[in-house]
Design a protein around this ligand. Sequence first.
Ligand SMILES: Nc1ncnc2c1ncn2[C@@H]1O[C@H](COP(=O)(O)OP(=O)(O)OP(=O)(O)O)[C@@H](O)[C@H]1O
Length: 255
Amino acid sequence: MARADRRPPLALELREVSKSFGAARIIPGVSLTVPAGEFHAVIGPNGAGKSTLFNLISGRFAPSSGQILLGGQPIEGRSPSVINRMGLSRSFQITNIFKNISVFENIRCALLGPMGAAYSFWRRASAWREITRETERLIEEIGLTARRDTIAGSLSYAEQRLLEVGMTIAGDASVLLLDEPMAGMNHNEIDQFSDFLRRIGEGRTVMMVEHDMNVVFTLADRISVLVYGELIATGTPAEIRQDQRVRDAYLGAEA
Ligand SMILES: Nc1ncnc2c1ncn2[C@@H]1O[C@H](COP(=O)(O)OP(=O)(O)OP(=O)(O)O)[C@@H](O)[C@H]1O
């Protein structure tokens, strides 16, 4: 009993979560636990169901069956905005920023969602100053202070991805889902972005889908391998590298 008490609390738990689209059973049943503070990567071949899994966790799709717990609270079938307010935020494969307004305005918009929802918030005279201060802090955290007033659409691709993650962490979500954050980046950008993601992961729980195996094996505390909608393995990078099923089904010579 005492041993069980020492286990870190779970940020996320999936219990036999399944998803079918019509007759197509895309996720037959996934069970997974992610302790608070873990950097967890999900890898697998194209079409394995990684984005579908994120869509189930973030509330875009309701599971066909099973349970999803966020910090111990059931969230399956709830709307994305409710799940977001409960502490989970996700970034998308396709950049989701507002291209016609500045970096500052993008981050402020992302903050206005969660902070501005309560009418009582705006009755305080200090509310606007508070939002501005938090916006500046977040822009510094994502390393875009020099680009504060730049129109988002004219940022480089990698800077747009930084901004996308900045908008994802605005509002202090404790659990982040990052869907292929490195897609389309060159080697230098990937190196810098990896450092950035490591910093972002401090004090947060991160679940990331990513195809760049160097990034995955460097950043992740644990890795889950999804093949045809089933988790064939979950473990540390060293365990996954040595797992024969994973090598046969996915990593092959890459490992
Ligand atoms: N809304 C939907 N309706 C029907 N089928 C879907 C739907 N969304 C996804 N699928 C199917 O589910 C399967 C898994 O797709 P998904 O996008 O989750 O895979 P993935 O692992 O994220 O792939 P990739 O690495 O290419 O992004 C695919 O066969 C896809 O066609």
